[in-house]
Design a binder for this molecule. Structure first.
Ligand SMILES: O=C(O)c1cc(=O)[nH]c(=O)n1[C@@H]1O[C@H](COP(=O)(O)O)[C@@H](O)[C@H]1O
Length: 306
């Protein structure tokens, strides 16, 4: 049966891309053209600028990405106006037929996870197609998301081995049998994933594996062959395209790679006076950065260097 992994793989084939662009808008890095009328004492005014910024990004990347990934914190910080900007961003991305991965990193006791799952995988205003889930509360924390995803033909990405430098402090803890915690979690995810595969042999239950940990990814890929990986940490966090071939299967599928700052603020590297960048120039630079990242990833995902 077709599941959301199939939708993601079909979209990736259609666009010839495994790139996901993160929508992590930070007003500090917006040029003057978007800030000229902003009243910094008003969350509404800042949120309007954020929405304008997101529209520029979406216009620039829509033809070259498999999905966009709004990070919730950047919207929540502006309260209800920030959430409104997220809602509008999601509907704008939908109007461009983009897949939406809400990077919400949610997870709670069962009943609360079920409420989060309705918010992010139901048909509400900030609902997307997939959501990142923190599985460290245990199965009653993550199963409601998996059940909602199955019911609504959507998908989840469970945090497994995250890209940040201190992820080893918890995720690499050694268990009594000598196995690492994230590895045990990979085995648990595989038990669910292998029972829910679609026509491309992948489950709608994906896993987050950081681009900064290619060695670990190689072993995880072997243990968890039925989950699509969401691979953040490419670009600004130091993850390099040439190290990423191990994340993919032999057909060049099995992973989507996300970059936020490296793409959405690409205009900051272009001139010393980036504050003066115009909207047209921004769109051009962001478009070029997305095409470059897409091509770098295409070069490695079909390589036999794994
Ligand atoms: O779930 C995520 O998206 C995520 C997981 C992870 O392990 N590491 C990670 O950086 N992320 C998110 O991916 C984005 C990375 O942003 P850049 O480093 O600017 O590309 C941020 O929004 C992070 O919250």
């Amino acid at each position: 049966m077709v599941n959301f992994a199939d939708v993601l793989i079909d979209e990736s084939k259609k666009k010839n891309s495994v790139l996901v662009v993160g929508l992590d808008p930070d007003v500090k890095f917006l040029p003057d053209c978007l800030l000229k009328n902003v009243d910094y004492s008003s969350n509404e005014s800042i949120s309007d600028a954020i929405y304008e910024f997101n529209k520029i990004i979406i216009n620039a990347v829509a033809d070259h990405v498999v999905a966009v990934k709004p990070q919730l914190a950047y919207y929540e910080v502006y309260g209800s106006y920030g959430i409104k900007a997220l809602e509008k961003t999601i509907s704008y991305a939908r109007s461009k037929e983009l897949i939406i991965i809400n990077d919400a990193k949610r997870g709670d006791i069962g009943s609360t996870s079920a409420a989060y799952a309705r918010a992010f995988l139901g048909d509400g205003a900030i609902s997307g197609d997939m959501v990142t889930v923190n599985p460290f509360l245990g199965s009653d924390g993550y199963m409601p998301f998996i059940e909602a995803a199955q019911e609504n033909n959507k998908g989840v990405f469970l945090l497994l081995k995250t890209s940040n430098p201190s992820s080893y402090e918890i995720q690499d803890l050694k268990l009594e049998n000598g196995e690492l915690l994230y590895f045990k979690l990979a085995e648990e995810i595989e038990k669910l994933a292998c029972k829910t595969i679609g026509v491309n042999n992948y489950s709608f239950i994906g896993a987050v594996v950081g681009a900064t940990y290619p060695e670990e990814a190689k072993r995880i890929r072997e243990t968890l062959p039925h989950s699509i990986f969401l691979v953040p940490g490419f670009g600004a966090q130091g993850g390099k395209a040439e190290d990423l071939s191990v994340f993919f299967d032999v057909s060049g599928n099995g992973a989507v790679v996300s970059s936020s700052r490296g793409i959405i603020y690409s205009y900051m590297n272009e001139t010393d006076d980036w504050n003066k960048t115009t909207e047209n120039e921004m769109q051009g630079y962001i478009n070029e950065a997305a095409i470059k990242a897409k091509e770098q990833l295409n070069e490695v995902r079909f390589s036999s260097n794994r």
